[in-house]
Write a protein that binds this ligand. Structure first.
Ligand code: SAM
Ligand code: SF4
Length: 446
């Protein structure tokens, strides 16, 4: 058997894609390698969203060059850096055999076969989305208790800071039946929770079994009927696509977890307009109010960018005010950094680095305080936890609450793969200590 090592960077969509690549290559004889040094094929599944992403991949490729000379491993670069850089990768790093974009990795077996036969390099950065999902294996290996499922890919929104529309292409939604089929297979293989993925998952508009175009809400109602599927989540959403129907689903579907990631990026209307976000701060506040009315125990998380070109002290103060008013259970925050080819990268009024640093520190301190406050508010509560894997200690199990908090419980190993009621005994910075409670005890928060 040949050995495959995949290094995954970035978002959950890449985690999903890496798992599909492993499944795709299993039938042609590739099993998992523990390290790069015992691999016959090394795939870097890259992400382009962070600063200097391409340079970091080139440094990694520099390290792999010697390894390739020693072991003869084949090297492939996949994902968004592959899409953005294309044949530049082979020009700068000739040790790379294959460059394959996020929409064409289903062709990996063919590209590997071609190179093994004829040598040379292979490049495929096309966007044959339909073909990709049809070509991916249906999958029959065991699934984890919490699994990802790509429902939608790409983005047509063109926020002025973002590379996604260029690297992942325009919006595409898989059909309802294709998603339902994958969901049923995952549940049959052990999944109790599914997270529907998409760069703009709530912009989902897929072909329904009735020939109509279905929304994400309709898809969620349909998936909620799958027996054995206890939990549903979806990420990432855009405020513009938070429809009435989707908000109502949060009130109707007990399977839909009380947790919503809804990036706002900034609390200033001027900055939101310059970012081309297509919504105002008031729109965002209204959505939050409506979501909370539909599902009063919902916790919100968000993404923020500080130091976007032209952001003033006053704009930043408005972001802080929005955070204070809304209250987030968990968030991601970043300093704005230029992405080549995006409109904001060419803006004249870039914010100085020390200003960005100071703003990020201030924002992160507030977000951390809110997160701690939320976690502390859970102390003593009874919740349902999905246990996903063993902990470091014997008998220990690690799982997640409905709010995605990581928990650990002693003597819970037999419950891995299932949901069990727990009491939150202690709150630590990155996890909660819980103990199992007898079935039938009243659950206070979902
Ligand atoms: N589709 C999601 C949305 O509309 O909010 C976000 C997807 S993006 C992959 C994830 C996050 O990366 C963004 O929400 C943003 O906060 C951050 N990000 C994207 N481009 C950035 C840039 N040029 N500088 C800093 N952060 C950036
Ligand atoms: Fe990027 Fe999200 Fe904006 Fe699309 S909606 S351009 S993925 S930030």
């Amino acid at each position: 058997m040949k050995k495959l090592f995949i290094k995954t960077y970035g978002c959950q969509m890449n985690v999903y894609d890496s798992a599909r690549m492993a499944e795709l290559l299993a039938p042609i004889g590739y099993g998992a390698a523990d390290t790069t040094s015992d691999a016959d094929l090394i795939i870097l599944n890259t992400c382009h969203i962070r600063e200097k992403a391409a340079e970091k991949i080139y440094s990694e490729l520099g390290r792999l060059k010697q390894l390739k000379e020693d072991t003869g491993a084949m090297i492939a670069v996949a994902g968004c850096v592959a899409q953005a850089e294309g044949d530049e990768i082979i020009a700068r790093a000739p040790q790379v055999d294959i460059v394959v974009g996020p929409q064409s990795y289903h062709r990996l077996p063919e590209l590997i076969a071609r190179i093994s036969r004829a040598g040379g390099h292979a490049l495929d950065t096309n966007f044959p989305m339909l073909e990709k999902f049809d070509a991916l294996p249906k999958g029959d290996s065991p699934s984890g208790a919490a699994a990802f499922l790509t429902a939608q890919e790409g983005c047509d929104k063109f926020c002025t800071f973002c590379v996604v529309p260029y690297t992942r292409g325009s919006e595409y939604s898989r059909s309802v039946l294709q998603i339902e089929d994958e969901a049923r297979r995952l549940v049959a293989r052990g999944a109790r929770e599914l997270t529907l993925l998409g760069q703009n998952v709530n912009a989902y508009r897929g072909l329904g079994p009735d020939g109509e175009t279905w929304s994400l809400a309709r898809l969620l109602y349909r998936l909620a009927e799958i027996s054995g599927l206890a939990r549903l989540r979806y990420t990432t959403s855009h405020p513009r696509d938070m429809s009435d129907e989707l908000i109502a689903a949060h009130g109707d579907l007990s399977q839909l977890m009380p947790n919503l990631h809804l990036p706002v990026q900034s609390g200033s209307d001027g900055v939101l307009a310059a970012m081309n976000r297509g919504h105002t701060v008031a729109d965002y506040r209204r959505i939050v109010d409506r979501v909370r009315r539909a599902r009063p125990d919902i916790a919100l998380s968000s993404d923020f960018i500080v130091g976007f070109p032209g952001e003033t002290d006053q704009d930043f103060a408005q972001t802080m005010a929005l955070v204070r008013d809304v209250g987030f259970s968990q968030s991601y925050s970043f300093k704005y950094s230029k992405r080549p080819g995006t409109p904001a990268a060419a803006a004249r009024k870039q914010v100085a680095e020390p200003v960005k640093d100071a703003r990020l520190q201030e924002l992160q301190a507030l977000l951390l305080a809110q997160r701690n406050e939320f976690d502390q508010s859970c102390a003593g509560r009874v919740m349902d936890v999905l246990f996903e894997r063993p902990g470091r200690k014997k008998g220990q199990a690690i799982g997640r609450t409905p709010y995605l908090q990581s928990v650990h419980a002693e003597n819970a190993a037999p419950f891995i793969g299932d949901i069990h009621r727990v009491r939150i005994d202690a709150v630590f910075p990155n996890s909660l200590k819980v103990s199992l409670v007898a079935a039938g005890e009243k659950v206070l928060a979902h």
